[in-house]
Design a protein around this ligand. Structure first.
Ligand SMILES: Nc1ncnc2c1ncn2[C@@H]1O[C@H](COP(=O)(O)OP(=O)(O)OP(=O)(O)O)[C@@H](O)[C@H]1O
Ligand SMILES: [Mg+2]
Length: 243
């Protein structure tokens, strides 16, 4: 096991997930550490987004258990999800952020402070009154991050957040993710970008055909992946997956 249970944030025990008879995840055994950035890699269709959706509570395991380990005396663990193609509401940038925290029912002044902090953290102050839908792809992705951060989650779940962004916009998102991890927000990142995974990850989970075939410290994973599917993936070879 990568992390002792005392530092575990979440554990998957024999977790499987099926939809309409298709097994999308099978017998997942994983421990997610409380600290740092955990990256999930694997070919298209491997089940990465499905795993993130389980972590977000958007899906429930069909069998097995996903357990969150809360330190004594703390409340429920809150997650926030940033999707690859964020849905931006037809309102201003700041109103998009405010809408994201409206379920928290914060006093007005506190909500405003959160919006301002999120705008600042994501370098969006100059666009606060711009219509969200007019932003560029990179700016929209920063807005999606700002909406997530304003909720002050314990866990930030990022599903290919830089897939269609240029290097500068990608770097901006990476810096936000690193700053989050520095402030003890757990980050779970899905990416196909091996350079990004090397830059950001503490550990890498490699999924193939619905199975977690490898979970290693990042340096070990990139220096010498243990499994053939991971070696093939990193080498850019096509693997035939059969669930
Ligand atoms: N609701 C669903 N019902 C049936 N099959 C689904 C459902 N959602 C996803 N799938 C299938 O499950 C598999 C895993 O999907 P998932 O989106 O988790 O893959 P992924 O690893 O995120 O892939 P990508 O890299 O392309 O984003 C895919 O084959 C997908 O077509
Ligand atoms: Mg996906």
């Amino acid at each position: 096991m990568l992390a002792p249970e005392t530092t575990a944030l979440a554990s998957f025990r024999s977790v499987s997930y099926a939809s309409a008879g298709d097994r999308l995840l099978s017998d997942i055994e994983l421990t997610i550490a409380r600290q740092g950035i955990t990256t999930i890699m694997g070919p298209n269709g491997a089940g990465k987004s499905t795993l993130l959706r389980l972590l977000a509570g958007l899906l429930r395991p069909t069998s097995g258990t996903l357990t969150w380990h809360r330190p004594a005396g703390t409340g429920q663990i809150e997650t926030a999800f940033v999707f690859q193609r964020p849905v931006i509401l037809r309102r201003t940038v700041s109103a998009n952020i405010r809408h994201a925290i409206s379920p928290l029912k914060l006093p007005d002044a506190q909500a405003s402070r959160r919006v301002d902090a999120a705008l600042s953290d994501c370098s969006l102050e100059h666009l606060r009154d711009a219509p969200g839908r007019r932003l560029s792809g990179g700016e929209q992705q920063r807005l999606a991050m700002a909406r997530a951060l304003a909720r002050q989650p314990d866990v930030l779940l990022l599903d290919e957040p830089t897939a269609s962004l240029d290097p500068a916009a990608t770097n901006a998102i990476e810096q936000i993710a690193l700053a989050c991890a520095d402030k003890a927000t757990k980050v779970v990142l899905v990416t196909h970008d091996a350079g990004q995974a090397r830059r950001l990850s503490n550990d890498v989970i490699f999924l193939n055909a619905g199975r977690a075939v490898e979970h290693s410290p990042a340096a070990a994973f990139f220096n010498q992946p243990l499994s053939q599917p991971a070696r093939d993936y990193l080498a850019g070879r096509i693997t035939i997956t059969d669930t």
